[in-house]
Design a protein around this ligand. Structure first.
Ligand SMILES: [Zn+2]
Length: 254
């Protein structure tokens, strides 16, 4: 793929950085990214990656835009209320970048459907709010050997990690289930409707997920692998804790 003059102008503020350069921009334009969930985390992810020139975005969401989403899901407008989020997200992307090819999956995702989608993708962004969907995504990413960029947010708290289990060169890395096992009571974690959520927290975590994605595709810097980043919005502090592969993990142990 050759970058056009118009593209060089559009992406000039990122191409100018040696960590990105024209090669990195070409990689972005050739990349295929799956976004699992187009809500509070998915919205900043979609905005950042579409603007950066990711070539193909596959957006998976089974929900419709609700008025209560608009306090934080900035890619949607009042006119989108009632529409499938996938369709409204497509309208948003088309408005800011015609370089981006869009595939929509307006359905509840299973391990099988995600495994097929990820077989033709470079990276998975987990922006889901359902534990079972996260597990399905983690399995599908592991099977396909691609990074699983996880984000979570509730109330004033956020977390983010790049799970690299199954990715070539990251043999010792943990997967999602190494940290959040199905029997650890995570299923009972409060959701945003019950506990509340604030836009700056979802925006921050989703933006960090997008940054990890751009770094992976352009090979700039290092990923937040083997670490779980925790953000406490009430004190404005970040904590980073070491993660490790579990001996008997339901996903990544052979
Ligand atoms: Zn694991």
């Amino acid at each position: 793929m050759t970058i056009t003059e118009t593209q060089l102008h559009r992406y000039s503020r990122q191409v100018v950085m040696p960590e990105i350069d024209e090669d990195g921009q070409q990689a972005l334009l050739s990349s295929r990214v799956t976004i699992l969930g187009a809500g509070g985390l998915g919205s900043p992810v979609i905005a950042n990656l579409a603007a950066a020139g990711v070539g193909k975005l596959i957006i998976c969401d089974d929900d419709r835009v609700d008025l209560s989403n608009l306090n934080r899901q900035f890619i949607y407008q009042e006119v989108n209320v009632g529409q499938p989020k996938t369709q409204a997200a497509k309208q948003f992307i088309q408005g800011i970048n015609s370089d981006v090819t869009i595939e929509l999956r307006y359905e509840t995702m299973s391990e099988e459907s995600l495994t097929e989608i990820l077989s033709r993708c470079d990276i998975l962004l987990d922006c889901s709010d359902q534990f079972s969907t996260r597990i399905a995504g983690a399995k599908a990413a592991f099977i396909n050997g691609i990074p699983h960029i996880f984000g979570g947010a509730v109330r004033f708290d956020g977390q983010m990690a790049s799970f690299m289990a199954g990715v070539e060169g990251y043999e010792d890395s943990a997967c999602f289930a190494c940290l959040f096992s199905e029997d650890a009571g995570v299923r009972q974690a409060p959701n945003c409707a019950q506990a509340g959520i604030l836009a700056p927290v979802t925006s921050l975590i989703g933006t960090l997920q997008a940054l990890e994605t751009i770094k992976w595709i352009t090979k700039a810097g290092t990923l937040n692998s083997n670490r779980l980043l925790l953000f406490d919005g009430l004190s404005g502090s970040f904590t980073s804790i070491q993660t490790s592969k579990k001996d008997k993990c339901s996903i990544c142990s052979n």
